[in-house]
Design a protein around this ligand. Structure first.
Ligand SMILES: [Zn+2]
Length: 421
C-alpha cells in the first residue's frame, strides 16, 4: 500500500518536472533566466498546481512564492523548505527546481493525509540563485535576508547589460528596502531552513547511495589572476643551475599543495583545491624558449574556516620557499573569499535519524557548491540540506536524477518533519 502511494506522488513530481522542462526548453537543456518572464511562468505554473491540490499560495515582496497548508497560512513561525527555480543558460532541469518540487510533494502528501507535519511548513520557491545571469549568486536569498552588497545591486545582466536594479523594478520589486539592506522577510519567524538539492559531484553515484545529509557548505578563497615570474632563456643553452623557470616553480607549488591536501584528508579534514586556468603567454611562448612567466588561478575550498586560514598561510609560505630556491617571484593578485556555512548540528543529527529510518543507514557529506541554504545559515537561521544522487554533475543538460532517488530525499524531509518536536 505504501509503495502504491509513493508511486502516485512520484508520478505527480515527474509530471511537474516534465511540464516545467517543456516551458523552459532551450536549444540544449533548459534556460530559466533569473528575474525573467520564464522564471515568472515557472512560478505561475507551480502556483496553479499547488492551488489544484488545495494548498495556499502567497507572493512575498521579492516576488518569490510561498506555499503552505491552509491551516498554516497565518502561522507566526514555521520551517521553510526552499530552493530556486532559475537555471543556468542551457542547464539541467533539476538544479534548484528539485528542491521546490520536493517541498510541494511534502505539502501535498500532508494535504492528502498521507503524512503529518508536526510544525507549520512553508515552501519557498525563490528567484535568482545562479550567478550566470548577473555575475552575483544567491540574489533571491540575499534579498530576503537583506544581505545583497551594493555592487551586486548594480551588476549588469550578461545578456542585455541592464543592471539588476532595473530587472527588479521591472518585476515591481520595491528596491528601497533592498538598498537599505533590510531583509524582505522576518527572519525571526523562520524556525529552520531546509533545502533539498541534487548533488553536483560524483560521490553518491560512486558510493551507490541515493541521498545524503549535508553537514556544511564549503567556503573558499580564490585567486583569479596569479603569476609566477622567472627568466626567459634558450631551452638548449641554459644549464639547469642557471634557470629561473616559472613553469617548474608552479609545478613544484602544485605538487606540494597536492601532498598537503592528501595529508589533510588522511587526518580527517575537508579540502578541495583546483588550478583551473594555467598558461604561458601565447604571443611569446615557444617550444625552444624557457618562459619568463606563467599565469594561473587557484581555488581552495573547505567547510572549515581554520583549515582555509591554515592553507592560505601554507600557500604563502611555500611560495616564498620556492621563490627563494628557484629564483622566481610569485604574485598572487587579488583574493576573493567566501566563508564556509555550517549546517545546524541539531538539524543535521535529526536529518540523519530521518535518513536512517528511510534507507536503513545515514550518510553525510560536505557540499562543494554554494546554495541558498548558506545565505540563510549566515543570516542566523538554523539550516539543513539533503542531497539527492545525480549523474553528470549540474549546470549542464545531462543532469540525471532518478525520480526514485528524489522520492527518498522527499521521504527524508517528510520523516524529519513528522518527528521534529
Ligand atoms: Zn542550485
Amino acid at each position: 500500500m505504501k509503495h502504491h502511494r509513493t508511486e502516485e506522488l512520484a508520478d505527480l513530481a515527474t509530471g511537474m518536472f516534465e511540464d516545467i522542462r517543456a516551458l523552459s526548453r532551450d536549444a540544449a537543456g533548459v534556460s530559466r533566466p533569473a528575474f525573467s518572464s520564464i522564471e515568472t511562468e515557472t512560478l505561475d505554473y507551480l502556483a496553479t498546481r499547488a492551488r489544484a491540490e488545495g494548498l495556499c499560495v502567497t507572493e512575498d515582496t521579492g516576488r518569490n512564492l510561498l506555499f503552505s497548508l491552509p491551516e498554516h497560512k497565518n502561522s507566526d513561525s514555521f520551517t521553510i523548505i526552499g530552493s530556486h527555480v532559475d537555471s543556468v543558460p542551457m542547464g539541467g532541469n533539476y538544479d534548484g527546481l528539485a528542491g521546490v518540487i520536493a517541498g510541494l510533494i511534502v505539502l501535498i502528501a500532508a494535504r492528502r493525509g498521507r503524512r503529518h507535519l508536526s510544525r507549520p511548513v512553508k515552501v519557498l520557491a525563490m528567484r535568482g540563485e545562479e550567478s550566470a545571469w548577473f555575475g552575483a549568486c544567491y540574489i533571491g536569498s540575499k534579498l530576503l535576508t537583506g544581505t545583497l552588497p551594493e555592487g551586486e545591486f548594480n551588476a549588469a545582466h550578461k545578456g542585455d547589460g541592464r543592471p539588476l536594479r532595473a530587472h527588479l523594478e521591472d518585476l515591481g520589486i520595491d528596491i528601497v528596502p533592498v538598498k537599505a539592506h533590510r531583509p524582505l522577510c522576518d527572519l525571526s519567524r523562520i524556525e529552520a531552513y531546509l533545502e533539498l538539492h541534487i548533488e553536483q559531484g560524483p560521490l553518491l553515484v560512486e558510493r551507490n547511495i541515493p541521498a545524503a545529509v549535508v553537514t556544511g557548505i564549503r567556503g573558499n578563497f580564490r585567486y583569479r589572476d596569479s603569476r609566477c615570474i622567472g627568466q626567459a632563456g634558450h631551452s638548449g643553452a641554459v644549464p639547469r643551475a642557471y634557470r629561473h623557470d616559472p613553469v617548474l616553480a608552479f609545478a613544484e607549488l602544485m605538487h606540494r599543495l597536492d601532498g598537503t591536501w592528501q595529508h589533510l584528508l588522511n587526518t580527517g579534514q575537508d579540502l578541495v583545491l583546483t588550478s583551473g586556468v594555467v598558461g604561458t603567454d601565447p604571443t611569446r611562448h615557444a617550444i625552444a624558449r624557457i618562459p619568463d612567466e606563467i599565469g594561473f588561478s587557484l581555488d581552495i575550498r573547505s567547510q572549515d574556516t581554520e583549515t582555509l586560514d591554515r592553507m592560505r598561510a601554507y600557500l604563502k609560505g611555500e611560495m616564498a620557499d620556492i621563490a627563494r630556491s628557484r629564483g622566481v617571484r610569485f604574485e598572487l593578485g587579488p583574493e576573493v573569499a567566501v566563508a564556509p556555512a555550517l549546517m545546524d548540528p541539531k538539524l543535521v543529527a535529526k536529518l540523519e535519524t530521518a535518513m536512517e529510518k528511510v534507507t536503513g543507514e545515514a550518510f553525510s557529506m560536505a557540499s562543494g557548491g554554494g546554495h541558498d541554504a548558506a545565505i540563510f545559515a549566515q543570516a542566523g537561521v538554523p539550516s539543513g540540506m539533503v542531497f539527492v544522487r545525480n549523474r553528470n554533475g549540474s549546470h549542464n543538460p545531462d543532469e540525471a536524477m532518478e525520480i526514485a532517488d528524489f522520492m527518498v530525499g522527499v521521504d527524508i524531509l517528510s520523516t524529519f518533519l513528522e518527528a521534529s518536536r
